[in-house]
Every structure is written in C-alpha cells, then in structure tokens.
Design a binder for this molecule. Structure first.
Ligand code: LMR
Length: 327
C-alpha cells in the first residue's frame, strides 16, 4: 500500500475511534430559570447522569427558553433536535394528549400527599403510557407547587376578575377556569408572560411563587393572592427512539440518575416556593392577600363547576378516579 493511502486509512481509523468514544449527548431544554426547582433538578440529573455513566453521557441543559419556547420544544423533542424536556402538565394538549389537563382542574388536589397518590400510582403510569404513540417516553413527574393569582388590583372575590385579561398556559382547563371567574384567558408562551404583563397586554396571571419570582413578574404585578386554587407540575419526557436505542448499560444508570434527581426535586420544590413567596413579600412591590374562609368558599363555588364542564374533554372516568384517589 502506498504511504499516502496508508496515512489516509490511519486518519480515518483515528477519527472513527474518536467518534466511537464521543459521549452521547442529551440536550435537555426547559423554559424556567436555573434556580427554580425544575432548573436545579435538571442540573442534578445532568451531574448524576455523567457520574453514573462514567462520562459516556453528557447532559447539556438549556434553561429559560434559550433554545425553544413551549410549543416548539415539544416539536423539537419529537423531531429529535433535543432529547429531554420537562414541560408542565398543562402543555400536553397540543400534542393530542388532553388527559394531562386533569391536573389543572381547580382544587382537584387537596394536598401534595394526595397528588402523589395519583402521580406515583397506576393513574400516573397510565397517563405517561399515553405519550408512547407520540414517540415520547415519560420518565417521571416533577413538582412545582400550588398556584397564586396576580394582577394590578386586589383579587379577593371572583367578581374582582371580571373583564381582566389573564395569561394562562395552553390548557383548555385553564381557559375554562379563567372564564368561570369572568376573566378573558390569553394563552401565551412562558417566555412572553413577563413582557406581556409589563406592557399591559395582559392584566394578570397565575403560577406558583417560584415561577413568579424568578421571572420577576411580581415587579409588574401590584397584588398577589395566595389562593392555592390549582396545581402546577411537570412530566420529564424523552424522545422514545433515542431512549430505546440506548445500550442497556447506559440506560440503566440514566434511570438511576432520574430516580435520584426526582427525589431531590420533590424535596426542594416546596421549600423553594416558600422562599420565593417570602422574597416577593420582602421586595415590597406587591401586596400579598390571604383569603378568608368566606372568600375561599366563593372561589370554590365559582370554580368547581369547571370539573363537570371539562368531562367531555378529559373524560369523566379519569376525573372521577383522580378525585377518589386524591384524598
Ligand atoms: C408556565 O408556562 O407558566 C409554566 O408552565 C412554566 C414552567 O415550566 O414552570
């Protein structure tokens, strides 16, 4: 063999072995800041994944809608442009899996313990299974917390919502919830919420305190009501083809990393939300309202009919089984 041909062969072999040794990259895209419960758990997963696979996997976390906004990230996952996401459960409707919107039903979870009975039991597993035909595998549920409502006026009674434009996630249940209060829901990507509030394109919004604080929404909202009227959580999802294609000795340590990151996420979610609420109070730009028993009763009366109204979309059977499990 001529020297040049031999050198070319050697170079090709070297680049093949460099390619074979290159780590498997998991791009994990999300829309919140790195210091939220989801942001911190994504980082923790990345660290554990690299450790447990001994560097065979590298996780690149892209927070704060840096790569994609809400709807685009789901498309990117299906196309394989990213491998992992953790969208809120309110955002699966556009994928054609409406059942996750059951998590948005007002007052459906009386406590976190009640919620875990659903997410960690057969209902939670069956819901994740529904993603498989969409080319998506569900790995875990992650927490955020119960939501507060905000606006530039006090929101103490349902009548206070009349005529307000309220930013929501793209969930028909949340749409119905705002309408039940007499407000006009506006579905906007999370990355657009702060700006829309700032310029007055919308009047108010809802989110757990950790999201409100880290997006600085409290700086442009004069009033926050600690209503805890609904829940916001996530499903961690991967591109199914990518996941199924991983060798077993890579997938198993990744599953372990996900289990540990999930435990960590649940440990920090409540604390982070409490700290965020405290920080909102301390910032002094927002008046924080706590509802009296009478006001709470009025909210429930206005919002509970949304369960019945959403039966045709989500399924009466599912709503009933969540209600009877979440006690
Ligand atoms: C929102 O859009 O309000 C939230 O879903 C953002 C998030 O991912 O927590």
């Amino acid at each position: 063999m001529q020297l040049r041909a031999m050198l070319a062969l050697l170079a090709a072999a070297a680049s093949f072995s460099a390619w074979a040794d290159a780590p498997i990259v998991i791009k994990f895209s999300h829309v919140v800041t790195p210091d939220t419960p989801k942001g911190q758990a994504a980082e923790r997963f990345g660290m554990l994944a690299e450790k447990y696979t001994k560097g065979r996997v590298k996780v690149e976390v892209y927070p704060d809608s840096q790569l994609y906004k809400d709807k685009e990230e789901l498309e990117a996952l299906q196309l394989g442009a990213v491998q992992m996401l953790a969208p809120s459960l309110a955002k699966f409707g556009p994928l054609g899996v409406r059942e996750f919107e059951a998590f948005d039903l007002p007052y459906i979870f009386p406590s976190k313990a009640a919620l875990y009975k659903v997410t960690e039991g057969p209902i939670g597993r069956a819901l994740l299974q529904k993603l498989e035909p969409k080319g998506i595998t569900g790995l875990a549920y992650w927490d955020n917390g119960f939501k507060v409502m905000s606006a530039n006026k006090p929101l103490r009674m349902p009548a206070d919502f009349r005529g307000l434009k309220m930013r929501i996630q793209s969930s028909k249940v949340l749409d119905a919830q705002m309408r039940a209060l007499g407000a006009y829901p506006q579905a906007l990507a999370f990355s657009e919420a702060y700006q829309a509030l700032r310029i007055g394109a919308v009047d108010g919004t809802e989110n757990p305190p950790s999201n409100m604080f880290t997006q600085r929404m409290h700086e442009v909202q004069k009033h926050v009501t600690m209503s805890n009227h609904g829940y916001l959580g996530y499903a961690v999802i991967v591109n199914k083809k990518f996941w199924d294609g991983l060798p077993g000795d890579v997938r198993r340590p990744l599953e372990q990393a996900m289990r540990e990151a999930t435990i960590y996420e649940k440990q920090i979610a409540q604390r982070d939300n409490d700290l965020a609420m405290e920080a909102i109070r301390r910032a002094g730009k927002t008046t924080v309202h706590t509802l009296s028993a009478q006001e709470q009763a009025a909210w429930r009366k206005a919002l509970l009919p949304v369960h019945k109204q959403m039966e045709s979309r989500i399924g009466k059977g599912l709503i009933d089984s969540i209600t009877s499990t979440a006690k």
